[in-house]
Design a protein around this ligand. Structure first.
Ligand SMILES: Nc1ncnc2c1ncn2[C@@H]1O[C@H](COP(=O)(O)OP(=O)(O)O)[C@@H](O)[C@H]1O
Ligand SMILES: [Mg+2]
Length: 252
């Protein structure tokens, strides 16, 4: 039986962000979002996402910017939108297809978690014509599970629209990953025990349950093999952007 019918639509935080000369900048808010974005994009680049599945991954880099007279840490990524393309969120599409009360009209009526997933995918396929949306959603959930991205609400499940029609959006916006927000995940609690308590968005099930259920419906998508040493190197290469006192914590 479904435990909760309220589906997450709200973002975790509100990062200051801007577009400048074809590059998007997003300012850290104290939760090491830039590190998470960068490590997530570099890690996912080692997977089959681009080579086999054919989706793009937006590359992020940690950088320093001057903002309101202070040097701040931010992440930077190339603008992935082509001429005429816009981002359309799942929340927006559900509102248009079902109405503003889609939570009660659609999700609250589902009796099981697989039903919720299938209903969501069916609406998205109907509205966008993207017949592989189920597989795409599976990939998003697999990535979220791998990097423990806790911000996959319905405004962070998005597709691209242009006059030619809809398209799948490149993988981006993974700044709320790896449990790096010290306010939510206290530094004195081990990462291992924190991992056990967190839930995946947007349906608030355990990450493992979310992935198992969605894979049963649409099949496994993500494949990634990486040596511990290689992973450690991806992280270590970014740590100099952060104060020495945090580096041990961030590496863990
Ligand atoms: N690399 C990028 N290319 C195109 N648009 C971007 C890019 N990065 C951010 N944006 C725009 O900014 C919005 C918010 O960025 P996002 O990374 O989703 O941050 P958050 O959801 O944490 O506010 C996106 O929905 C998109 O409109
Ligand atoms: Mg977002």
């Amino acid at each position: 039986m479904v435990k909760k019918t309220v589906v997450a639509t709200a973002a975790k935080g509100n990062q200051d962000k801007w577009l400048d000369h074809g590059l998007w900048y997003k300012l850290d808010t104290g939760s090491f979002e830039s590190l998470a974005e960068t490590v997530a994009s570099q890690l996912l680049e080692k997977s089959n996402i681009q080579s086999q599945l054919g989706y793009q991954i937006v590359p992020y880099e940690v950088t320093k910017v001057m903002r309101h007279g202070q040097q701040r840490t931010a992440c930077v990524s190339p603008n992935f939108l082509k001429e005429g393309q816009t981002i359309v969120t799942a929340d927006h599409l559900l509102r248009r297809a079902v109405g503003a009360d889609y939570q009660t009209q659609v999700f609250a009526k589902c009796r099981t978690y697989p039903q919720i997933l299938e209903t969501f995918v069916d609406v998205m396929v109907q509205v966008t014509g993207l017949v592989d949306f189920g597989a795409y959603l599976t990939l998003l959930f697999e990535c979220d599970c791998l990097i423990r991205n806790v911000d996959r609400h319905l405004n962070n499940i998005v597709v691209l629209w242009s006059p030619e029609g809809y398209d799948y959006c490149p993988i981006f916006d993974n700044g709320a990953s790896f449990l790096l927000n010290p306010l939510e995940y206290p530094l004195d609690v081990s990462a291992k025990s924190l991992v056990k308590g967190i839930k995946a968005q947007p349906f608030r099930y355990a990450f493992s349950i979310q992935v198992r259920q969605v894979r049963k419906l649409y099949g496994q998508q993500l494949q990634l093999t990486i040596a511990h040493q290689e992973l450690a190197q991806i992280v270590d290469d970014q740590l100099h952007h952060y104060p020495l006192m945090y580096q041990g914590y961030l590496r863990e």
